[in-house]
Write a protein that binds this ligand. Sequence first.
Ligand code: BTN
Length: 254
Amino acid sequence: MRWHAEEIGQALAPLVPGITVEVLPSVDSTNTELMRRARAGRSEPVLLVAQEQTAGRGRLGRGWASAPGDSLTFSLGLPLAPEDWSGLSLAVGVAVAEALGPRVRVKWPNDLWLDDRKLAGILIETAAWAAGEPQASRYAVIGIGINIREPTPGAYSTPPAWLGELLPGIDVPEALARIAQPLAGSVKAFEAFGFAPFHVRFDARDLLRDRTVHLSDGRSGTAHGTTETGGLLVHTAAGMATVTSSEVSVRPAP
Ligand code: BTN
């Protein structure tokens, strides 16, 4: 498989100086690997791609299963020092959705959906930085998994979509080449300006807007977009609530 690693590295270098692009044939999880490296004091910027993950992880302790060739699995790791971290997953979601096409929607707080099915998931983790660095700065690991070909049938909490439905014939390296630069650009823009420049762009792709949603803490209501910092506004029986906890999962009513 040809990964265009050199071209991608050249495209990313002006945005993230010193970044390298690394492709591993197999790893437990690209997020786990970069978090391990960060904890061992390695905090250089890297785009780490796995042809196969043996223990892919999703949010809320879930797994992320993928078969080689059917799925793009990678993580962008870099030191980041935004004033406020809230809304980063939405900025990432908007960037990737825009790079993939107008039909791709962002489901708060960190999924991409196509035609009411899940196309991709985002898992962001951060590691504390080595001593001596500014406190605001952390090592951010932004992991993304995208179905490229039809996933093998299985027990999915949400029915899957795949990118080939939207871009017939696209393969895994092409998908990476398409999103790497917009992703890095948006992460750097988020670092400088926060969620503000992404607010309107998120609104245009908000899967949940005006839909009935059920929160995992038992509340339900109608989604009304986000606050300035990316919190989800939900009109519940008790009034307007802002959902900020990434530990709350949100489901649209069918
Ligand atoms: C989710 O939908 O809950 C998030 C899924 C994130 C999956 C990606 S695949 C690359 C990176 N490595 C992981 O182990 N997880 C993320």
